[in-house]
Design a binder for this molecule. Structure first.
Ligand code: IGP
Length: 268
């Protein structure tokens, strides 16, 4: 069983919902990422979504775009991100790590080479924003034998047919994007999210994670009532940006936001 499936299985037994923070690897500087990952786990993160910096991140809003720019200024590459995961794994063998990124750097490395390096580093899932499941066969045939879960996105506009196809292709969990638009979006309507997670569950037994537009602990709590995982990115990345001149303050600040969310989620 993959580390992601195992994580969800354990959470389910405990009647708990996963908290999945997103940060961009190497933002605002490479040295911060591994300690930040450990701090997030200590604050209650169950799974970590780590962004691979990319020059043209079209699904991302300005906050996460700027995070990519800061990391790229330090020359952070896909190989560097894999090295960070490898280093994280020296002290943490249980928390799943998902790489979130765009296809280009993976294609450059080659699917087989990437999958091998990801497995060696201890990566558990890969979310390639610009690779639809219809075109994912080649990458999937490199990931599957290594127990690396492909994570796919569904949006409010996803049709039933597509939903079924995505559910049949994905493993680990499926990611429901709560709003039309880009990361850091303003408003998430909980009734709509609830209706969609119900629909998705008619297609799959996989856990359903919800992300985009979750801003605070209260919202995290409502989303946790209708999902299996709460995914939070821009609020954390914005805090990282605010503190970029004082990097030592970043991990405690991010941990503070996450532990508030953790407590709120566990109140359910
Ligand atoms: O930033 P938000 O609105 O909290 O949403 C999570 C999101 O950042 C993270 O999962 C993510 C970052 N970049 C992405 C691109 C596509 C899908 C998801 C993502």
């Amino acid at each position: 069983m993959s580390r992601i499936s195992n994580c969800f299985k354990q959470l389910k037994e405990q009647g708990r919902v996963a908290l999945i923070p997103f940060v961009t690897a190497g933002d605002p500087e490479p040295g911060i990422t591994v300690p930040l990952m450990h701090a997030m786990v200590a604050a209650g993160a169950d799974i970590i979504e780590l962004g691979v910096p990319f020059s043209d991140p079209m699904a991302d809003g300005p906050v996460i775009q700027r995070a990519s720019e800061r990391a790229l200024e330090h020359g952070v590459s896909l190989r560097d991100v894999l090295a960070m995961v490898h280093s994280f794994r020296e002290q943490d063998q249980t928390t799943p790590v998902i790489l979130m990124g765009y296809l280009n750097p993976i294609e450059v490395m080659g699917y087989e080479g990437f999958a091998l390096a990801a497995e060696e580093a201890g990566v558990d899932g890969v979310l390639t924003v610009d690779l639809p499941p219809e075109e994912a066969d080649d990458l999937l045939s490199s990931l599957r034998p290594r127990d690396i879960d492909p994570i796919f996105l569904m949006a409010p506009t996803t049709t039933e047919d597509r939903m079924q196809r995505i559910c049949d292709t994905a493993s680990g969990f499926v990611y429901y994007v709560s709003v039309k638009g880009i990361t850091g979006a303003a408003h998430l309507a909980i009734d709509e999210v609830s209706a969609m997670t119900d629909r998705i569950r008619r297609h799959t037994q996989l856990p359903v994670g919800v992300g985009f537009g979750i801003k605070d602990a209260e919202m995290a709590r409502s989303v946790a009532q209708v999902s299996d995982a709460v995914i939070v990115g821009s609020v954390l990345v914005r805090r990282i940006e605010e503190l970029r001149e004082t990097p030592a303050a970043i991990a405690p600040a991010v941990a503070g936001i996450l532990s508030d969310m953790r407590h709120a989620i566990d109140l359910n």
